[in-house]
Design a protein around this ligand. Structure first.
Ligand code: 0A1
Ligand code: ZN
Length: 869
């Protein structure tokens, strides 16, 4: 009998509680690169010394991934008695302090995973977070080993005229044969995940910033020459971010240079490498012709985010990857506060909460749920999630709400002071908050350890002159956590007097226990409750609010966020009932009438600015609606939501057309007024497109033809994409021809078709994956087609299961090329438990097909196994 093929080894489960300090310190590393696109030689010299806080060891284990050592020397003497273990290099090391030299050779052009050193468009760049440095050099590739880096690189002057690394440039010069070199030194000790190198033919937009302490900083945004005209917004955003961090958090920049480089092939949004941030081009390049208002906002947010990491992440880093939310949750909160100062508090908050609800809530209620500080993982790349980032930000925001902004600032000051230069933990942050802000966060720590979105049920009783509020919290079970404890939940609330439409002041109450009852006196009539104002806690509220109360709040709540909430609740209540147990004719009519009344008020309220009006016009998304139901039928949700839009288009058609024409008269500018006009223009169009299709196609084509900016053009094309008309084809061809040389705009072209309401969207996706411009090698292009598709419920959830098959095929094809990106497509299939049985079986079958494939990456395997659970 032939031997069966050996079972692939299951990748080990790494546990937070197993943390041990590394036995060695590496205070210094010198890296010497001989650069070539398909052959780069790396010589690394590590100064190591025993770590008094670690266990004593007579070896040192240096992580490696796909490397083999060409030469090894210890204290200058060649060494041969090294061993390889699971890709790592293990060296005998007897003394207390040594110098280790290792030489390796890598092929950047063969690196399709885009982790480590890779080639993109003829340039070389790196991505090391989380564990990419081990693909460049053997090293203790963990965030608690901090070293100062000196980097020398040499290469062809014509191929790589620009040579960049972290820190400050110290020297450069010419060598023989058309080669040149540069040397960089970063004085701030950092973990290996923050190392970066860039070599390529780039040009910079340059500027300067003087810090509050008087340091002159040279700023550069490096791009390919043809992209230079699209860098102004990025540079302006950077300067604003630098100033904002000084004003809002007292944080000053700490090097002579700050460099940003844009690359077209990148797995994520951007990376905060010390002094040398590397960005996906999507978050750098913008001009009115090619970028939407949404793109402008995203660029500002991401530039801010990466810059803010200089303190929350780099100066104070993470002890281990379980603490990822320490830097990410905090930095997301910081970028949200930054953007809110510029975009307006309520609008920004509504948008952030929309993302949380549509991405993080489903994660928290599905098979991949995990606490913001996970307890275990097999592949850390799978934990760069909305939970760690966005819920992490909400948890810190709650501390800020409870402390108030000033005490919160005292807490963050103490945190930065106490842990500057260290690799810290989430617990360190919480303790600094307790000491600095004067909070008791005893049981609040449960927000770090318990997964799942708490549900708070709300009852308001009225008797005599007293309104009594009863609150009960319930944290649902999640994988590995069957039973939960109550968590402190800060709730901002107000009780409105029905007649006057006012309230006596907002209150903050913290629901500490499973249940609480609070009495409010002085209400002769039953008040209207506005609760979780500003989304003071990342929970879902369960209450039986009457339609009248919601219409009241939608029209009159003085908290703009709460006003939008009431509007949403009104629509969610209606659609969930309609797509769930169903509505009888009179209930349906009443629900639709209430929504039309509220929407009409929104369209006509002259006190609203258009940016806010736009937020109030957005209907809840299908994913969020599905989330409200134990088991959802995506087909019904889609039909009900589209049906409601159609009805509203009929009822409010004149008002929507008036709004569209008023907004169309506002000339292009980047100010709030003009941006607001563009927002409501396209929203009006999208309602109208659900009604009289022919008229809408004509209006959309006119908007397209008149557009002098990408926001209007994309909005019009989005509406057209959902309609079966000749104008659709014409404008799609026109858009492609106009922008064929701009990859980011061609990404939009793919996305618009993949997310369209067109009944044949799935056929369009099948055709697009064969398009000459489609490639699995570029993550932006893959996401443009397939993330848009997976987020398009009517297409993805096609009853035959074909949508699931398309995504599973993608995962299998992409996994060997780019495992990290492939694994990100598993969660949409992992939602099967919450979908009606017919589709659920088809989704599960696709997951099983993936699981059975040989040679699956650690990334995809972990996600698929957790999803099948
Ligand atoms: N720290 C970055 C996110 C990031 C994580 C992993 C990456 O590997 C491909 C890249 C970027 C941030 O929060 O922006
Ligand atoms: Zn980040």
């Amino acid at each position: 009998m032939a031997d069966a093929a050996p079972e692939p080894k299951e990748p080990p489960l790494i546990r937070r509680e197993d943390y041990r300090p590394f036995p060695w310190l590496v205070p210094e590393i010198v890296l010497d690169f001989d650069l070539g696109l398909d052959r780069t030689i790396v010589r690394s010299t590590l100064t190591v010394a025993r770590n008094a806080r670690g266990d004593r060891a007579d070896t040192i284990r240096l992580n490696g991934d796909g490397l083999s050592p060409r030469r090894v020397a210890i204290d200058g003497a060649p060494v041969n008695d090294w061993a390889m273990d699971e890709g790592d290099l293990v060296l005998p090391l007897a003394g207390d302090a040594h110098e280790i030299m290792i030489e390796t050779e890598i092929d950047p052009s063969a690196n399709s995973q885009l982790m480590g050193l890779y080639a993109s468009n003829g340039m070389l760049c790196t991505q090391c977070e989380a564990e990419g440095f081990r693909r460049i050099a053997f090293f203790p590739d963990r965030p608690d080993v901090l070293s100062t880096y000196r980097v020398r690189m040499e290469g062809s002057r014509t191929q790589f005229p620009v040579l960049l690394s972290n820190g400050n440039a110290v020297a450069h010069g010419e060598s023989d044969d058309g080669r040149h070199w540069a040397e960089w030194h970063d004085p701030w000790p950092k973990p290996s995940y923050l190392f970066a190198l860039v070599a390529g033919d780039l040009v910079a937009r340059s500027d300067r910033f003087t810090t509050m302490g008087g340091r002159e900083v040279a700023l550069n945004v490096w791009v390919r020459e043809e992209d230079l005209p699209r860098t102004e917004h990025a540079m302006e955003s950077l300067k604003r971010a630098m100033k904002w961090d000084e004003d809002a958090f007292g944080r000053e920049y700490d090097l002579d240079q700050f460099n940003i480089v844009a690359v077209g092939d990148f797995n994520m949004g951007a990376m905060e490498n010390k002094g040398l941030n590397i960005f996906n081009t999507k978050y750098v390049l913008a001009d009115p012709e090619t970028a939407t208002d949404g793109d402008y906002d995203a660029i500002e947010g991401v530039i801010g985010h990466e810059y803010f990491h200089n303190w929350s992440g780099n100066r104070v880093t993470c002890r281990d990857w379980f603490q990822l939310s320490l830097k990410e949750g905090f930095t997301v909160l910081r970028d949200q506060l930054f953007s809110q100062d510029l975009q307006g508090e309520a609008v920004k908050r509504i948008e952030d909460v929309r993302v949380l609800r549509s991405v993080q809530f489903p994660e928290d209620s599905g098979p991949l749920a995990h606490p913001i500080r996970p307890d275990s993982f097999r592949e850390i790349s799978n934990f760069y999630t909305a939970t760690v980032y966005n819920k992490g930000a909400e948890v810190i925001r709650m501390m800020r709400t409870m402390a108030g902004p000033e005490a919160f600032r005292a807490g963050t000051d103490l945190y930065f002071d106490r842990h500057d230069g260290e690799a810290a933990t989430c617990e360190d942050f919480v303790s600094a908050m307790e000491d600095g802000a004067g909070l008791d966060l005893g049981t609040f720590r449960r927000w770090y350890s318990q997964a799942g979105t708490p549900k708070v049920s709300v009852e308001l009783d009225h008797r005599g002159n007293t309104a009594t509020l009863t609150l009960r919290q319930y944290v649902p079970p999640t994988p590995g956590q069957p039973a939960k404890q109550p968590m402190p939940i800060p709730l901002r609330l107000a009780l409105f007097d029905r007649a006057s439409g006012t309230h006596a002041g907002e209150q903050l109450i913290v629901l500490e226990d499973a249940e609480a009852t609070i009495a409010f006196d002085g209400f002769a009539e039953r008040p209207v409750l506005s609760i979780n104002r500003g989304f003071s806690a990342p929970i879902s509220i369960e209450r039986q609010a009457s339609r009248d109360d919601l219409v009241f709040l939608a029209a009159r709540d003085d908290d703009a966020f709460a006003r939008a909430e009431a509007m949403q609740e009104l629509v969610v209540g209606h659609l969930v009932a309609a797509a769930g147990e169903g509505l009888d004719a009179s209930d349906r009519q009443q629900g639709q009438d209430a929504i039309a009344e509220a929407l009409a008020a929104v369209l006509e309220d002259s006190r609203l600015d258009d940016l806010m009006r736009g937020e109030l016009m957005v209907l809840p998304g299908e994913a969020y609606l599905a989330e409200q139901m134990l088991v959802a039928d995506p087909g019904r949700i889609h039909r009900e939501r589209e049906g409601l839009k159609r009805w509203l288009a009929g009822e409010l058609g004149d008002r929507l057309r008036t709004l569209h024409s008023r907004a169309s008269a506002v000339p292009y500018a980047l100010d709030r007024k003009a941006r607001g006009a563009r927002k409501v223009k396209t929203l009006a169009l999208s309602y109208l497109a659900a009604g009289d299709r022919e008229a809408a196609a004509e209006l959309a084509a006119r908007q397209y033809d008149a557009a002098d900016n990408m926001t209007d053009r994309q909005g019009a094309l989005m509406a057209l994409c959902g309609l079966d008309s000749a104008a659709r084809t014409d404008r799609l061809i026109d858009f492609y021809r106009r922008h064929r040389s701009n990859a980011l705009v061609i990404d939009k072209w793919f996305s618009l078709q993949a997310m369209s309401l067109h009944p044949a969207a799935i056929e369009h996706v099948k055709a697009l994956r064969e398009h000459q411009d489609f490639t699995l090698r570029n993550p932006n292009r893959v996401r443009a087609l397939y993330m848009a598709f997976a987020g398009n419920p009517h297409a993805f959830h096609t009853e035959s299961g074909e949508g699931y098959r398309l995504v599973a095929d993608l995962i299998l094809d992409l996994d060997p090329i780019n495992a990290q990106t492939a694994a990100r497509f598993v969660p949409p299939l992992g939602r099967w438990r919450r979908i009606e049985p017919g589709r659920a079986a088809l989704m599960r079958a696709e997951l099983e097909r993936i699981a059975a494939a040989p040679g699956l990456s650690r990334d995809t395997r972990e996600q698929v196994e957790r999803s099948l659970g």
